[in-house]
Each structure stands twice: as C-alpha cells, then as structure tokens.
Design a protein around this ligand. Structure first.
Ligand code: 5AD
Length: 351
C-alpha cells in the first residue's frame, strides 16, 4: 500500500493523522517536487492561520557567551577553535540588553550561550528572577545547553518560562559522527524529557544538511519530534564554519529546510516555529520563505553590537540589517509586505 503513496496522498494523510511512518516520511522528503511544494506550503499556512492567524512573534536574542566546553564538529564556537575571540556578558550587560529590547517592543528574551560554567545556577537564577521582576509581562527563554535536572528545576522556579535545546539529529550514529565522543544523544534526550516534566515550554530541532545526514535520518528527526511533542521547533540549514572540521562541507539548502518546516507545521499545528537566522544567512529572502512555509517566530539579535560577530556559529552569520533588533521597524515592513504582522506580545504556545 504505502509503496504506492504519492507525495500528494502523503500530505493528505499527514493533515488527517498528524503523523506518518518512517517509510512515508522518507518518501515525502525525497519525492517532494515544486508542484507538491506549492501545495505543501498552502496547507502549512492554512494550519498556521487557524491557530496563530497572521501574527508573527518576535524574540530578543541575547548571546550571552561564546565560551563553550563542548567540541561539536560543526560549530564555530567549539572549544578547540583557537581563532574564536571569546567573550562573556555580565549580568549587568544582559540586563542592559533586556532594557533596550523592552523599549523596542520585545516581550520575550532569549538568553543563549555556549556551555560556559561561569553561568552557575546561582548567577542564572538571580538574573532570571531580576528579569522577571523588572519585566513581569515578559517571558524568559534559556538556551544554555545540557544541564542537570536539578539545575533546570531551579531555573524554572526562578521564573524561566521556556528552554531551547535542539536534539541536532535523532540518529545515534549520526549524532556520534558530528559530536565529540563524550556527547551522547541519550543525554540530550534525557534533558529534553526532564525539561518537559518540569513544565517548561520546550524547544527542540535539528540542522538540515549536516555532514552525513540522510533522508532516513530526517525521517527519524520527524518521528522524534512527533514523540516529543515540543512546543517549539527550530530548524536551520547547516552552514560550514571555516575553523571547524566541517569547514569545507557543503551547506544545507534553503529549499529542503523550508519544506521540512512546512511538514513540521502540518505535524505539530500549534508549534512555535522560527524562521531562523541560518535561513536568512543563506538567502536574503530566507526568513520570508520560512514565514510563507508556516513559521511564526523571528528572533532578531539583541546582543551588544560589539559582541555579535564573535558569536560565530557558522560563516557569514547575519547580525546586521533586519537581523538586528534595532531594525525592528524595517523588519515589520518586510513582514507586512508578505501579509503578516509582528506583534509585541509574549507569544506563548497556544495549546
Ligand atoms: N550551521 C548551522 N547551524 C549551526 N548551529 C551550530 N553550528 C551550526 C552550523 N555550522 C546551530 C545548532 C545549535 C544552534 C544554536 O545553532 O543547531 O543548536
């Protein structure tokens, strides 16, 4: 039966049942042509409009540190990259970013950084509590990598609302081939499950086109998301960074990334899905393409301008133009020109 499934019938099935088998995912991912794509995007937008209307949520991204104990083979801030110019922001600097962001209209702050032991539970809890006290109408999202369940619990009790931790790839062998030996997919999944148990709105996701990735791996990513049911899903194309072992590998494509984004929208209609910086980096219209494929979040950069280029996960990472938080007005116009509107709200998950 499933051997005869065309991409069009698979999209119908996905709409009806919100799931596919592994074989069906592979078939949809490999068999999607331009005509199917147009229909896929139409359906993804229809689902998105039924849950979130035409609202686009914004998140002020504060890149708090590029110091990282990990050595992920794809990442420009991996610990063995001697060429990275390392920095970390103090609590005062982070609070100043938030103050500026609040005035611009941001009602969610995302504190993202490498796994840097400087940011102890004590420091982070104090910072989160202060942010929540100063801006009670704002959500605080953390993206600080793997920590223990106790640590996640303390941060949640201090007021953190959401946590972003991409699983990167759902296949254990593929995971092992793009990470150092001490990192395990099972640890990452344990963190994600703990975060959900504690009560965070949880974000996961993966890179598209990372070295060695197959269509089967992507099918496994979809099945994992299906099982995990995260409130947020971030995906972006892999982009090489010159000072990493994957520096000369080809980048993932915008085309495949936005198709997968639309499929995720059909599978998880309520998810908060960003049109990521990596999409915008590979294609000047990447973010718009993401929104038109069903994304509903944009994360402009709110880091201090002099640190932005140091948070270099991959080559040519956008941090100026409409990627910069201070260009919000110009971003608003671009989003309006494609029929959507940026709203200055927390933008919580709608169950
Ligand atoms: N290309 C694309 N995305 C990358 N990330 C890290 N390095 C790269 C790269 N070279 C992504 C990872 C991580 C997120 C913060 O950035 O998926 O979870």
């Amino acid at each position: 039966m499933s051997g005869l499934d065309t991409p069009d019938t698979l999209i119908d099935r996905l709409k009806e049942t919100r799931t596919l088998t592994r074989e069906q995912w592979v078939r949809l991912i490999t068999g999607c042509d331009k005509a199917t794509e147009a229909w896929l995007f139409d359906e993804a937008r229809a689902v998105r409009h039924s849950v979130y209307g035409r609202d686009v949520y914004i998140r002020g991204l504060i890149e708090i540190s590029n110091i990282c104990k990990n050595d992920c083979l794809y990442c420009g801030i991996r610990r063995s990259n001697r060429n990275a110019d390392r920095y970390r922001l103090t609590s005062e600097q982070i609070l100043a970013c938030a103050e500026y962001g609040y005035r611009l209209g941001f009602r969610t702050f995302v504190l993202q950084g490498g796994e840097d032991s400087y940011y102890t539970d004590e420091l982070m809890c104090e910072l989160v509590a202060e942010l929540k006290q100063k801006y009670p109408d704002c959500a605080v999202t953390l993206s600080l990598g793997e920590r223990g369940e106790k640590s996640f619990t303390r941060l949640f009790e201090a007021g953190a609302d959401r946590y972003l931790l991409r699983h990167e790839t759902a296949n254990p062998e593929h995971y092992a081939s793009i990470h150092p030996p001490e990192m395990k997919l099972s640890d990452r999944l344990e963190c994600l499950r703990a975060l959900k148990r504690i009560g965070y709105q949880v974000g996961s996701g993966f890179m598209v086109g990372s070295p060695g990735q197959t269509a089967e791996n992507l099918a496994e990513d979809m099945l994992l998301l299906q099982e995990l049911q995260p409130q947020m899903v971030g995906i972006g194309p892999f982009i090489p960074h010159k000072d990493t072992p994957f520096g000369s590998r080809p980048a993932g494509t915008v085309e495949l990334t936005v198709r997968l984004l639309a499929m995720i929208r059909l599978m998880l209609p309520h998810a908060l899905i960003p049109a990521t910086t990596a999409l915008g980096t590979l294609d000047p219209d990447g973010r718009e393409k993401g929104i038109l494929a069903g994304a509903n979040v944009i994360m402009p950069n709110l880091s201090p301008p002099d640190t932005r280029e140091k948070y270099s996960l991959y080559d040519n990472k956008l941090c100026t133009g409409d990627e910069a938080a201070e260009s919000l007005n110009s971003l608003k116009k671009r989003i309006e020109s494609i029929g959507y509107r940026i709203v200055e709200e927390r933008g919580d998950y709608k169950p």
